[in-house]
Design a protein around this ligand. Structure first.
Ligand code: SDX
Length: 429
């Protein structure tokens, strides 16, 4: 049987053969379906891209029904278990293969050579109010980097592009930590390149008067795993934004700032902060049934549950739940954990959630760990943006080098008024 779709337009009785490739049809092939010859032709209407592939990608694979997530073919569980560093996974996402020893050393040296930020960037951050949200500071400062590296707009020059990638992966932890220190009125701690990526970040966040920051190995390992789990996730809202902005061929700093802005939304990367606020609102175990009842009546959502793709348990949530026990063994159990576990127990057996295939996602337990590690709630989206920067850059690079791609410019269904004439002021209602 041929790999084609035969479409019959019942308005005209005409039949059309549309080729099928990768189990999809090209939307542009629908344009030949017309009633009158001078019609524009058929389009597909797909708000929020519920069933539209906008790109071909080789980076990340998700099977939502089976709860599968793989970076360049490697299962997320194996990467979290075996990779001793986030940078190794960032290399995999950007280059397509795990680095050998030499490549790994070069990559680490290149990124570590760019962990400092220009002193003027520090001064720019000092202009924010004391209570500025750290994610707002992160987004703005990332965009400002484009003014410090004007050569970044030469996106098709490979050496220049690589240097901006080193800079961004190297600097996002520094910008994040400086935003946190600013919001606490604490002096900035400069990068310590003798530490690991996660260890250096913890040092810039929490070092006080001690000469050298003593990294807690449990926190370092937990943060490394959390960074690996959050590094990429295929065509999510913020990555789609990164590709959309990148399609205009603007510099990668401006594109990343836009992607981080999309991530900040409570339905996306802002969900782990929203989960903690939800758990605070519930307050105690005996309020859980009333809260669940309200959600089922459509009064609010169970934050940290549900996913556009996963209609099974988010594989990252499984790893994070296991990690929580290791962190709580050091910090003491987060008192909100019991409420979270009870919410999960009910949601996994209640028809309302089962029917809608709502399972805990990556954000449900991550906030509990971050809070127990000493991060403030408003910092959670920043903790998501740091590791996701490698994913955004990998997709951005794949997009601008993809011969299929052009500037992103969707069509629309126009339902507004037909042509009409100007109305002078004295004639208006
Ligand atoms: C991330 O895309 C990615 O890959 C994102 C991410 C990544 O790594 O980049 O995985 C990270 O963003 C995880 C998701 C974090 N967000 C939250 O936890 C917020 C709570 N979740 C929901 O807002 C929602 O589940 C979404 C936004 C995640 C997905 O929404 P969809 O796919 O548009 O699903 P939907 O809103 O159409 O929901 C289908 C039904 C609806 O009910 P009905 O209208 O059919 O009666 O399920 C209901 C929704 O009301 N529903 C929920 C719910 N999520 C969906 N009801 C209660 N609580 C929820 N959390």
């Amino acid at each position: 049987m041929p790999d084609t779709l035969t479409i019959t337009d019942n308005r005209t009785g005409k039949q059309y053969e549309v080729p099928i490739e990768n189990d999809t049809i090209k939307a542009i092939d629908l344009r030949k379906i017309k009633v009158k010859d001078d019609d524009f032709g058929m389009m597909a209407y797909d708000p929020a891209f519920m069933n539209t592939a906008s790109v071909k990608s080789k980076i990340t694979y998700i099977d939502g029904d089976k709860g599968i997530l793989r970076y360049r073919g490697y299962p997320i569980e194996q990467l979290a278990e075996n990779s001793t560093s986030y940078l190794q996974v960032a290399y995999l996402l950007l280059h397509g293969e795990l680095p050998n020893q030499q490549q790994r050393e070069e990559w680490r040296a290149n990124v570590k050579g760019h962990t400092f930020i220009h002193e003027n960037v520090k001064k720019l951050m000092e202009g924010f109010r004391y209570d500025a949200h750290p994610m707002g500071m992160f987004i703005s400062t990332l965009a400002a980097l484009s003014t410090f590296y004007p050569e970044a707009k030469n996106i098709f020059d490979e050496a220049t592009r690589k240097k901006q990638i080193y800079r961004m992966i190297g600097k996002v932890p520094t910008i994040a930590a400086f935003a946190y220190r600013h919001s606490k009125g604490l002096p900035y701690i400069y990068p310590d390149n003798d530490l690991t990526y996660a260890g250096n970040f913890l040092s810039m966040m929490f070092k006080m008067a001690e000469p050298t920051y003593k990294v807690n190995p449990v926190f370092e390992r937990a943060l490394t795993i959390l960074f690996i789990l959050h590094a990429d996730h295929e065509q999510n809202c913020s990555t789609n934004t990164m590709r959309g902005i990148g399609s205009s061929h603007v510099d990668p700093y401006s594109a990343c700032a836009g992607a981080a802005a999309a991530l900040w939304g409570p339905l996306h990367g802002g969900a782990n902060e929203a989960v903690l606020h939800m758990l605070d609102e519930i307050g105690s175990l005996n309020n859980v049934p009333a809260f669940i009842k309200a959600v089922k009546e459509g009064k609010g959502k169970l934050m940290g549950f549900g996913h556009r793709v996963y209609k099974n348990y988010d594989p990252r949530a499984k790893v994070i739940k296991k990690l929580a026990d290791e962190v709580f063994a050091v910090t003491g159990k987060n008192p909100k954990l019991d409420i979270a576990l009870e919410l999960e127990r009910i949601a996994l057996e209640d028809e309302y959630f089962v029917k809608r295939k709502l399972y805990p996602n990556v954000d449900f337990y991550s906030g509990l760990i971050y809070q127990s590690m000493g991060f403030s709630m408003d910092f959670f989206p920043v903790l998501f943006a740091i590791p996701r920067t490698a994913g955004w850059l990998a997709h951005w690079q794949e997009h601008i080098l993809d011969p299929d791609q052009k500037i992103a410019r969707p069509r629309q269904i126009y339902l507004g008024p037909a042509e009409r004439n100007w109305v002078p002021m004295d004639k208006r209602k």
